[in-house]
Each structure stands twice: as C-alpha cells, then as structure tokens.
Design a protein around this ligand. Sequence first.
Ligand SMILES: [Zn+2]
Ligand SMILES: [Zn+2]
Length: 148
Amino acid sequence: MPDLPITGGCMCERVRFRVTEPMLGAAYCHCKRCQRRTGTAFSASALTVPGSFEVTEGEELLGVHKPQDPPGWHKYFCSRCGSQIFTQSHEDPKLVSVRMGALDEDPGVRPGLHQFVAYKASWDELPDDGLPRFDERMPAARYQGEQE
Ligand SMILES: [Zn+2]
Ligand SMILES: [Zn+2]
C-alpha cells in the first residue's frame, strides 16, 4: 500500500496534484497519440478511483488537448513546462488517469498490460515482460484505463 495521499506534479513544479485513494491499475500504451505527446515510444498511466484525484496547485496553468476523429480522452499538461500530467475521459469525467512519470513516489500499482501494440514505434522493441499485449485498446473488462 502506498502512503496516502499519492502526490505528483509537473517539471516546473507549478502544477501539483494529489490522489487520495489507492489507484486501480496501470497500463503501458503504445498508440501514436502517446508517442506524439510524450516524444518517446510509449506511456505509462494509472487509473484513479473516481473522485480521488484533485489538482492542488496551478490549475489555471493547465493546458488541454482534446483529440478528435476519433474522439479520445482529454490530455492535460502544464502550459509552462509542457509536462503531461493526467488524462480525463471525454465520456465520463469521473475517470482520470495520471501519468506515472508525474508521480513523486511509488504509487503501489504497476502497469499490467500493453495496449495498442499494433502501432508501436518502429524503432522500439516490446520488452519480454510476460504482460498481456493487445493490438488495439485493452478490453474494457480488463482495466478501465486510458482510452486513447
Ligand atoms: Zn510545469
Ligand atoms: Zn496511448
């Protein structure tokens, strides 16, 4: 069990958040949107219990990208330093996943699967970690996490 609240923030430390309940799960995502927004091969995000996530500092500095065609989760970032911080469902705003790189300490959860591996970066190799891999989005029953 992690110490609560779980805290995190952006690189310039103007935006801070906290998570008041243990997180539900986490996943690696290899989709092209994650490659673009992170500048690297894949992302790791962790799903929070509805209502347990709160921005505690710098909310006015948040920028957001709202993908269209197809619509996707809204991607929030610090407009001052560009750090990706969290993502919120466009269909159900109670669903929030935090970017694991934004966390201060060990959140207690580990990514449990890889999704969108059909779109993985051509220059990257999937690790031999034994985790389930899905060509497309993870099945909703597995983990209600980020849906790019
Ligand atoms: Zn920042
Ligand atoms: Zn993704």
